[in-house]
Design a protein around this ligand. Structure first.
Ligand code: PLP
Length: 421
């Protein structure tokens, strides 16, 4: 770090102040986590220098002997972790992995059936502002008004009516586990490819804390940086019959050279995820999310679907008369980072929103458990209901003080020798 500090104090200052920001507050963004120093070491390595278009043993560049070892390890570990026939570990991100799945199975103008964004889907699932909605014909299903969970009867009805080439399950704000068997049956009924975008919950699958989509889906795409706790990147696993199509779609159809430092970091991450410690972590992520959802609910901040089975919960703020945008700002002023989120059937515009999304991957990595979730729920409720977007407001100061006490007991990236708990 010393050399960077001497050469570029501005950027080295940003690296240090970002670390300070992570340590000083509570990070409750459901899609974030703190990857290990080992993953960060691989990410900051000279593998970043290497061009390696192609796949291990079949490259378009010389000098690939060492990166071939890294990619082979990443592929084998990924296949073993998810019990998958085939793995492609080259996608640069979740969106690039999804782009490759479109490339493998659909021609422009062909139809997909996916979860709508305002009900918990993702931009890349056919929204008009994304390549997916511009180049493909997307039909969307949503959640049931009463249960607020996926309306499987609607999925079936729309599948029969529109006969999509691809049926897609998964999204960014789905608190409940998904019935993959039901989706598979619907896909089979209409002859569709069944694709799961498991970006949010794949880490819980890796830890065997929730059921896996892999036995049911033709193809599963995911990010590697959420609960999974790896580098900021993506990957795809699929059935053997789709292996060649997926590999061709990632390279050369959608991407150029793979980022070999990131591929190596994925290999490290997959090894971490196969440990009993990681499995215990994923069970704690869910236990924490359940307590946080329930305790917020008891303070009038209602969890949609009545709770959660995963790492995240989505909360309706209409009962406390605060918008999502205000809640995000009030929490931010109090040292709590979370995001506003549309809730199903939201009367507000997406940039205002009636909800917040909270997730437990980061705080669980810090070692926090159910007791700390009770405290966090109390702090969120105090900031949201009584607080203010002004960091100098008395409530912002009061909550921030309690956040500081908490994170000092459970530091993110603890300094050498620091005790925890
Ligand atoms: N798919 C889902 C379900 C996601 O939640 C996300 C990111 O939040 C993505 C895809 C896109 O991932 P990335 O931001 O790495 O492109």
């Amino acid at each position: 770090f010393g050399a960077l500090e001497a050469f570029d104090p501005e950027i080295s200052g940003v690296l240090l102040s970002e670390l300070d920001r992570l340590r000083a507050g509570l990070q409750l963004i459901a899609s974030e986590n703190f990857s290990s120093p080992e993953v960060l070491t691989a990410l900051g390595s000279t593998l970043s220098n290497k061009y390696a278009e192609g796949y291990p043993g079949r490259r378009y560049y010389g000098g690939c002997s060492e990166v071939d070892k890294a990619e082979t390890l990443a592929i084998e570990r990924c296949k073993a972790l998810f019990e998958a026939d085939h793995a492609n570990v080259q996608a640069h991100s979740g969106a690039s992995a999804n782009q490759a799945v479109y490339g493998a199975f659909l021609k422009p103008g062909e139809k997909i059936l996916a979860m709508s964004l305002p009900h918990g889907g993702h931009l890349t699932h056919g929204t008009k502002v994304s390549f997916s909605g511009k180049w493909f014909d997307a039909v969307h299903y949503g959640v049931d008004r009463t249960t607020e969970d996926i309306d499987y009867d609607e999925v079936e009805r729309l599948a029969k009516e529109h006969r999509p080439k691809v049926l897609l399950a998964g999204g960014s704000a789905i608190p409940r586990t998904i019935d993959f068997a039901r989706f598979r049956a619907i896909a089979d009924e209409v002859g569709a490819i069944f694709w799961v975008d498991a970006a949010h919950f794949i880490g819980l699958v890796a830890g065997r804390a929730i059921p896996s989509p892999v036995p049911f889906a033709d193809v599963v795409s995911f990010t590697t940086h959420k609960v999974l706790r790896g580098p900021r990147s993506g990957a795809i696993v699929c059935r053997a019959e789709h292996a060649a199509a997926i590999d061709k779609a990632v390279f050369p159809m959608m991407q150029g050279g793979p980022q070999m430092h990131s591929v190596a970091a994925k290999a490290v991450n997959f090894k971490e995820c196969a440990t009993p410690e990681y499995a215990a972590y994923t069970r704690q992520v869910i236990a924490n999310a359940r307590v946080l959802a329930t305790e917020l609910g008891e303070r009038g901040i209602r969890p949609t679907t009545g709770g959660t089975d995963t790492h995240l919960s989505l909360h309706d703020l209409q009962g406390v008369g605060v918008t999502g945008v205000d809640a995000e700002a009030r929490c931010g002023a109090a040292g709590i980072t979370l995001n506003k989120n549309a809730i199903p059937f939201d009367p507000q515009k997406p940039n205002i929103a009636s909800g917040i999304r909270v997730g437990t991957p980061c705080v669980t990595t810090q070692g926090m458990g159910e007791d700390e979730m009770r405290t966090i729920a109390e702090l969120i409720a105090r900031a949201v209901v009584d607080g203010d977007a002004d960091p100098e407001h008395a409530v912002s100061r009061e909550v921030r003080g309690r956040v500081t006490e908490l994170v000092e007991r459970f530091p993110a990236y603890p300094r050498a020798g620091a005790a925890r708990g």
